[in-house]
Design a protein around this ligand. Structure first.
Ligand code: URA
Length: 201
């Protein structure tokens, strides 16, 4: 973690950061992956979406949210006027696919966190959307699950003192399994749209 903190602190741009994460050898997950998946989309956008971590398709293509869940995420964002190519930055709390898509362990998340925080400090989003329980619980350091956390707005503060609003939402992969929760997801999106408009005003 010290090494990750040192490397992250030296980064001035998101490209520096992507390179530093790629060179970083401190995650045990790296050995079983094809690629390091850092970010996609528009650095500097007021919206930053942070997911759980790469799946198989993301590992293959070295880009976050490009599989089935990613396609749904793009549709969800499009419904509120956001596109990764224009006005959204997409990343994860973990940059390497865990074997068999299991959830990342706490220590695996911990080594990525200095890079996550530095990315937020460099790109200065006004609103961070935590997609799913893993990023929501990790970023908010909460004991509650996603069902309790969603529907509310929180404040995220990086160690360097940058402050952004944070809203948890249901993960698109979860919605693919449970389409009956679509109305909940829709409420999440409406809250996100409303707050983005206010924060951008
Ligand atoms: N699910 C995530 O949480 N992140 C990705 O990048 C892809 C799928």
């Amino acid at each position: 973690i010290r090494e990750a903190e040192r490397l992250a602190a030296e980064c001035a741009t998101i490209d520096d950061l992507a390179r530093a994460v790629g060179d970083f050898g401190g995650s045990p997950l790296k050995a079983t992956c094809e690629n390091t998946v850092v970010y996609d989309g528009t650095p500097g956008a007021s919206l930053m979406v942070i997911g759980e971590g790469p799946g198989a398709e993301e590992d293959r293509r070295a880009k976050p949210f490009v599989g089935k869940a990613g396609q749904l995420l793009d549709k969800m964002l499009a419904a509120i006027g956001r596109r990764r190519t224009e006005n959204a930055l997409i990343s994860n709390v973990n940059y390497w696919r865990p074997p068999g898509n299991r959830n990342p362990e706490l220590d695996e998340l911990a080594v990525c966190r200095p890079f996550v925080d530095r990315m937020i400090e460099i790109t200065r989003p006004k609103l961070i959307v935590a997609a799913g329980g893993v990023p929501a619980v990790s970023l908010l350091n909460s004991r509650d699950g996603i069902m309790k956390l969603r529907g509310n707005e929180y404040t995220y503060r990086t160690p360097g003192g940058y402050i952004a609003a944070l809203i948890p939402m249901l993960h698109p992969a979860y919605l693919l399994r449970r389409p009956q929760d679509k109305s909940r997801a829709w409420r999440d999106l409406l809250l996100i749209e409303k707050r983005l408009r206010e924060l951008e005003a």
